[in-house]
Design a protein around this ligand. Structure first.
Ligand SMILES: [Zn+2]
Length: 402
């Protein structure tokens, strides 16, 4: 039986200080837990009384728990049992809408993928939203039974407005002004967080990944869509009308690939998964246009296929170098399929980027830690981020449900 404890879907950017003391305690335990209460006090600059109060609140919500005492000689006074994130009760659900697939995922509070299923994406926006609503109840019954759901995240590439919960424009899917949140919130009765794939990934990297010690982070995603996301002061930038990070249409010198935007030679059109799968097929490397097959060949070390991925990385290097120099983040995380399956490509990319940038080597992360789970993690990131920013809103939501 599914129960629902959920924060209201808020369409505003969380500030680092948001969520008050309880949020600070929860994020400290996430970043460095298990922690004793004195460790939490040091990490958050909260008084012992405040730490105790917030810990009790978070414990009552099933967000943190006390671990059993470690073995050792008994000590006088109250034992300092370490606190950790409680991953037993809550799950975040998410859906990534891609060009070839819809990926359904469940993550625990530590951002670990508990379940993941995918089905082919077919048809227009209305058909996709109908398919998604039809698939979700079975997925949740199979994989989330006995847990409370924190909400539903929906992410996709392109121009997405979290404020209105709509996909404003997704070139490769041909979507325009699709009110995803309105449609799904009505039928699923879950709070729905809609965001761009790249921004959601940046949020996930800040919470659980390469950026968990950083506040200045840039995410560059290369798939069927090419997108960037910029976090500064620990908050992911949306920009005017939520369009920040749209780097997919910078011109690639010499490229004649036609882009749905009407121009030719755009970065996204030149290096997308679809474009290189088509190129591989034309070169006779695969029997059909099949990106998954191409990834498998790259993973197996096929030299001609690896050359094709190197060419793609060479073409994205100027954009990566530009992001590094203009924004000078603590880390730039690059998420690209070839880097995930063939780590031998990583030094090649680093070398290509050095040709275009003054950045220090430690600023560059050539592969997300999420690897093959990138889509699943991104799908749920918005839901988890809202819990870590504003944990006490769970209580308000639970009360409202009664
Ligand atoms: Zn374009």
């Amino acid at each position: 039986m599914l129960s629902l404890v959920a924060p209201p879907a808020l369409g505003r950017s969380p500030l680092p200080a948001e969520g008050g003391g309880a949020g600070a305690v929860l994020r400290a335990v996430l970043a460095d837990g298990p922690l004793t209460r004195s460790d939490v006090g040091r990490a958050t600059a909260l008084s012992p009384a405040a730490v105790s109060r917030h810990t009790a609140d978070l414990n009552a919500l099933g967000l943190v728990r006390e671990l059993p005492a470690a073995d050792g000689p008994p000590r006088a006074g109250r034992p300092q049992l370490p606190l950790d994130i409680d991953t037993r009760h809550h799950l975040a659900c998410g859906v990534h809408i891609g060009v070839p697939w819809l990926t359904f995922a469940l993550l625990d509070l530590r951002g670990r993928v508990v379940a993941q299923e995918r089905v082919p994406r077919r048809g227009d926006a209305a058909a996709v939203l109908t398919a998604l609503q039809a698939y979700l109840p079975g997925f949740l019954a199979r994989r989330a039974a006995g847990h409370s759901l924190l909400g539903l995240g929906v992410v996709t590439g392109g121009w997405v407005d979290p404020e209105s919960g709509s996909v404003i424009e997704h070139g490769p899917l041909g979507w325009r002004d699709v009110p995803v949140r309105d449609v799904l919130a009505r039928t699923t009765r879950l709070p729905v967080h809609v965001d761009s794939h790249a921004r959601a990934l940046a949020q996930a990297e800040l919470l659980f990944g390469a950026g968990s010690r950083a506040t200045e982070l840039v995410q560059l995603f290369v798939g069927n869509v090419v997108d960037a996301a910029i976090a500064t002061g620990g908050t992911v930038l949306r920009g005017r009308r939520s369009r920040a990070g749209d780097i997919g249409h910078v011109a690639v010198p010499g490229s004649t690939e036609a882009c749905p935007c009407g121009r030719t030679g755009c970065l996204q059109a030149t290096v997308s998964d679809w474009t290189i799968a088509r190129r591989a097929h034309a070169l006779g490397l695969t029997p059909a246009v099949d990106f998954d097959r191409l990834l498998a060949l790259a993973g197996a070390g096929d030299t001609a296929v690896l050359r094709l991925f190197e060419e793609r990385l060479r073409l994205i290097a100027p954009a990566a170098g530009l992001l590094l120099d203009v924004l000078n983040p603590e880390v730039l995380v690059i998420s690209e399929g070839g880097l995930t399956v063939a780590p031998s490509l990583r030094p090649y990319l680093a070398e290509q980027i050095r040709r275009h940038s003054n950045a220090a080597p430690e600023q560059l992360v050539t592969a997300t830690e999420f690897g093959r789970e990138t889509l699943a993690v991104a799908a749920c990131a918005g839901v988890l981020d809202s819990v870590f920013q504003r944990p006490m809103e769970l209580r308000t939501a639970a009360r409202a449900q009664r």
